[in-house]
Design a protein around this ligand. Sequence first.
Ligand code: DQA
Length: 144
Amino acid sequence: MPELLLLNGPNLGILGRREPEVYGTDTLADIEKAVAAEVAARDWRVRAFQSDSEGELIGVIQDSYDTVGAIVNPGALMIAGWSLRDALANYPSPWMEVHLSNVWARESFRHDSVIAPLADGVIVGLGALGYRLAARALVALPAA
Ligand code: DQA
């Protein structure tokens, strides 16, 4: 069965308990379930991974060239995660960058993403709904 990669970076494993006024009350498990429900109609499964370590995220990307697409929330690695950026440059399928919060409405150090120029699309500020919409976009996009 085709698999969609759902990749979450540093500090996203504690969603639900992390600044809920900014990131909402859904846990990462809730989000993973929601994305799985979104792609089930297409008979896709979700391969979910979260890590606080950039190296581990890179390893999973390198091992996931068989996935049909990816949703990536890089957390603060958006700011200077150059190695993550290079790993995504070699990822062969369409992928979307998602941020729960509207990063442009926040501190200026969050206004630039080193990975966004490579993404097929970017969704910010819609909370957990952003992941569902990214999944919908990937289902609709032609495979690479
Ligand atoms: C985030 C936004 C980042 O700036 C922050 O470092 C995060 C979460 C978001 O989903 O809104 O860890 O990626």
